[in-house]
Write a protein that binds this ligand. Structure first.
Ligand SMILES: [Zn+2]
Length: 319
């Protein structure tokens, strides 16, 4: 454990002076919430590849298959709770140390943990979008309608689940599955997520790059960076001369470029890291705020210690 301990000390030392950490998260932060990862320790696919955008658009049969499997998978995603890694990143933000949290995950667990400066790079499964009129709806209402139109499906057990809420169903016949159209225009509905083969909307990418240019370090957590839409931020951070820190169980595409890499679960590393960075030791906290039990004064004081800076709002996904 000596090597691991020194890598952790190195991680803390590199991030300690930083006040605008750019955090990029991937499926590895959600595995401890019961949402599986796409890739194994070598960065290889664990599951059959997800449906592409082109396949989804190509036929009503593909969309029946997608929504039938999603009807089952969404129930598990919706029931998932944030884990220690999500909570740690929310604390980092509350302590005024986070510039921006860009996530490749579509499970919404960062928001559920209380993070606000989130850019949902690949969208979120809890919203549904119409390809015709571009209206966005809440998934919850759509799910109820799907379940109403397709009695019996919700009770099916999934063989496997993927991070995008796709549940593998054995011996399923999708022909009779009914997918409701957009209630506003009758158009085709799609989850508000970026499919494989689909482009991340450029304004969203630009918001993330703008946050990166204001950042003083890059911390990648739970991502193999195999997908370019995430990898480009690690690469651009290096080009900007920012420290690059990686926390991921398996190999990542940026291992060779990293200043420090810790191969351990995010749920173990991030809470310890954030505790070290914001000095949440209960003894020091109680010393610094006598008679104040809610912690806000402590956090405010720490934030005031930081050099003044503009904090443009980058929080929140669209809509
Ligand atoms: Zn519509």
């Amino acid at each position: 454990m000596a090597a691991a301990a020194s890598a952790f000390d190195d991680l803390v030392a590199r991030l300690r002076p930083c006040r605008r950490i750019f955090v990029l998260t991937g499926a590895g932060v959600s595995t401890e919430s019961g949402i599986p990862d796409y890739r194994d320790a070598d960065g290889e696919w664990k599951h059959p590849r997800p449906m592409t955008y082109r396949q989804l658009l190509a036929s009503a049969a593909a969309r029946r298959r997608y929504w039938a499997r999603s009807l089952v998978g969404w129930r598990r995603i919706a029931a998932a709770e944030p884990n220690a890694a999500h909570h740690a990143l929310a604390r980092l933000e509350a302590a005024g140390r986070l510039g921006c949290l860009v996530t490749q995950n579509v499970d919404g667990l960062h928001a559920k943990a209380g993070s606000r400066r989130v850019i949902d790079l690949h969208g979120r499964l809890d919203r549904v979008e119409c390809l015709g009129c571009r209206t966005r709806f809440r998934r919850h209402a759509f799910q109820l309608e799907l379940e109403r139109l397709n009695p019996g499906w919700a009770e099916r057990a999934a063989a496997t689940l993927t991070p995008d809420g796709d549940a593998e169903l054995h011996n399923a016949d999708y022909d009779a599955f009914r997918v409701p159209p957009c209630p506003r225009c009758g158009g085709v509905l799609k989850p508000w997520v970026v499919f494989f083969g689909e482009r991340v909307p450029p304004p969203r990418v630009e918001r993330a790059f703008a946050a990166l240019r204001r950042a003083d370090a890059v911390l990648v957590a739970g991502s193999s960076l195999m997908v370019f839409s995430g990898y480009r931020f690690a690469r651009a951070g290096r080009q900007l001369g920012l420290p690059l820190c990686l926390v991921n169980l398996g190999r990542t595409r940026a291992d060779a470029d990293a200043d420090v890499k810790i191969a351990a679960p995010c749920g173990e590393v991030l809470p310890r890291l954030v505790a070290a960075l914001v000095a949440e030791d209960p003894r020091s906290a109680s010393r610094s705020r006598p008679g104040n039990g809610d912690g806000r004064a402590h956090r405010r004081r720490r934030a005031d210690d930081a050099p003044p800076r503009r904090r443009p709002r980058v929080a929140g996904a669209r809509g």
